[in-house]
Write a protein that binds this ligand. Structure first.
Ligand SMILES: [Zn+2]
Length: 320
């Protein structure tokens, strides 16, 4: 899939490679969901793709691209923390380095991707460092992280930083409509909620977040006879988070709507009619107080505390 913020990065790598100016190691820095791993895999694909004419992202169909996508290509190594471990181990790094030292197929670059490189402990980091200092010929390291402050400084200083920037609202909107075929209403909502990160947007689309938030608006926010047992209203953690954020977005919208902002700044643009009727029933301070309760609920949710009290307080304030 085309990764828009990543597209520029992939193009840049293609240029650098053509000019023979690739460094040996890069550190991809960006929040979770910004598509760092996908971009690294795309770059690896483009360097190994058998379809010479489709170099940009790799064709995604040849045996080389398919092997990379399924993490089983001999020239592309993916190192990530094993499930039962707390860190990436020195054995994993040694193994990867051994493979890199084996002769690369003629003309192809060997790629080593290290996912969440902040999980490299001192031992593993030192083992990697040796290789970064004297890299075997024709190798490319791509490390990813959402926590650059936790990367070993010695590793960081030997890798060039690549920052993943979020897309602007209008670019994300265009991406959602043109690449993911979303309706204008859905694209508008997801553009707001994904905050510029395509991967997050794709996950939201796949999880059916747009329809679900509208169910919450009808069954919880606008309903007088809502079920007070939130557990019955939601299905799992992610759904609980969506319920809180739906109420939060609704109240934010209500405050802005009452203040007369333009339509494009309303998140729930698809529910403007209901929003208009809703705001007539409340004062600014009632809306603000309810909104503040949703902030507390969200904080409690992230702290793994009971968020339901604050959520019900927020609901009580708009339930007249
Ligand atoms: Zn290919």
């Amino acid at each position: 899939m085309t990764n828009l913020a990543g597209t520029e990065i992939i193009e840049r790598f293609t240029e650098l490679r053509a000019k023979g100016k690739l460094a040996h190691a890069y550190l991809f820095i960006g929040p979770q969901g910004s598509g760092k791993l996908e971009v690294a895999l795309s770059i690896a694909s483009s360097f190994n793709c058998e379809q010479v004419s489709s170099v940009k992202n790799g064709c995604g169909r040849c045996s080389s691209c398919l092997n990379i996508l399924s993490h089983s290509h001999p020239n592309v190594i993916l190192v990530e923390k094993e499930e039962e471990k707390t860190q990436i181990t020195i054995e994993q790094i040694r193994q990867a380095v051994d493979v890199l030292r084996l002769a690369a197929l003629i003309g192809k670059i060997k790629v080593c991707i290290i996912k969440n490189a902040e999980l490299l402990g001192l031992d593993a980091g030192s083992a990697l460092l040796k290789t970064l200092e004297e890299p075997p010929g024709n190798t490319l390291f791509m490390l990813t992280t959402s926590q650059p402050q936790r990367i070993l400084p010695t590793v960081q200083s030997r890798a060039q930083a690549v920052y993943f920037k979020p897309l602007s609202f209008s670019r994300m909107n265009k991406f959602l409509k043109e690449e993911l075929s979303l309706s204008s209403e859905q694209a508008h909502y997801i553009s707001y909620l994904s905050q510029g990160y395509e991967k997050r947007a794709v996950e939201m689309k796949e999880a059916g977040v747009f329809d679900r938030k509208n169910e919450f608006i009808d069954s919880f926010i606008l309903s007088d006879s809502y079920d007070s047992r939130i557990k019955d209203l939601t299905d799992g953690k992610e759904d609980e988070r969506l319920l809180i954020s739906t109420l939060q977005a609704w109240l934010r919208d209500a405050i802005l709507f009452k203040a007369g902002v333009e339509d494009s700044r309303i998140i729930n643009n698809d529910r403007k009619k209901e929003l208009g009727a809703f705001v007539l029933r409340f004062s600014f301070s009632e809306l603000t107080e309810a909104y503040d309760e949703t902030l507390k609920a969200m904080q409690a949710f992230y702290d793994n505390l009971n968020f339901r009290v604050a959520l019900m307080l927020a609901k009580a304030k708009i339930n007249k």
